[in-house]
Design a protein around this ligand. Sequence first.
Ligand SMILES: *Cc1c(COP(=O)(O)O)cnc(C)c1O
Length: 380
Amino acid sequence: MENKGRKMIPIAGPWITQKEVDYVADAAANAWYENANIYNERFERAFAKYIGVKYAVSLPSCTSAIHLALLYYKIGPGDEVIVPDITWIATAAPISYVGATPVFVDIDPKTWCISPESIEARVTRRTKAIIPVDLYGNIPDMDAIYDIASRYNLVIIEDAAEAIGSEYKGRKAGSLGDIGVFSFHGTKTLTTGEGGMLVTNDENAYKRVLFLRDHGRAPGEKMFWNTEVAYKYKMSSLQAALGLAQLERIEELVAKKRLIFSWYKEELKDFEGISLNYEGSDVKNTYWMVTAIIDPSFGITKEKLIYLLREHGIDSRPFFYPLSSLPPYEHLDQAKVARELNKVSYQISPYGINLPSALNLTREQVKFVCDTLKKILLSK
Ligand SMILES: *Cc1c(COP(=O)(O)O)cnc(C)c1O
């Protein structure tokens, strides 16, 4: 197979059926007046049930969900929040919104998720929370993280943006912390275009989040009587309708992600020098992004490889750069420490790429990607 003259093989993208189109059309026609909120309510109820938690709040993004979680715990100036050095910046940016300090810690070489040993080494008197990230659909060693959190009295905000449907010891991603957060950005496994969800079993958190996301008023309170300056973080009913339709198809979406990964695994199984996403015995990984770490002995960096794949019509993405290496954080003392200590993050990141993982991929396209990747590496 050649890919000349065709569209790029996409890195990520959704699987939309007539069901989604019908639900959104129905919301556009009918989700007004006394029904303005019905799709949000149905989506939230179904989502909480799927994750196995009491409460879910639909939001405009995962970033806003993390922001609200930090506000609920009154985290602010002088406080420290531990995050993995390897993640999307959205995990850490809200820590700056509230004036607290992000502490970037190392990842585990196998799971690529936050390393419990690295967390413990960086806890101080000022540490208030840990935000473990379910990176690329994997889940970190949560038992070890609970143990640290309980010994130092820290809250856990689980960033499950990339891991809807993943499981740890039979429990769903997002239900593993005090608060869990999800993203429904267009690249994510379940999408509403843009959107997010906050989930929790903590009734006080649920109530406070409802208040904070609607300009400081609780549902049912005296009208136009705001009691605090807060935020406007709501999801539209059109997005909620799309999300509900996607959620009703979640088993199918997750199964396709796992199928795509199995195709890559099959195609690359006899090729030495490429490591793919790991799935430990306690975890069901939903492989949001199929990710390859290329042995440094090939002498090819991720940027070069991305460029060469693009020449063959294949879209790919770099493994996240350590946050501590990015311009906004570069000069923080915490980032200097991170650059010294986070050996695994700095060893792996230059040689990792995300391969096409869009939900519309075919077996033939995956074979073409793998054949091209092998050809490029063997010609080095
Ligand atoms: C996508 C993503 C987010 C942010 O989601 P938004 O909905 O774009 O705010 C946060 N954390 C991780 C790990 C992500 O991959």
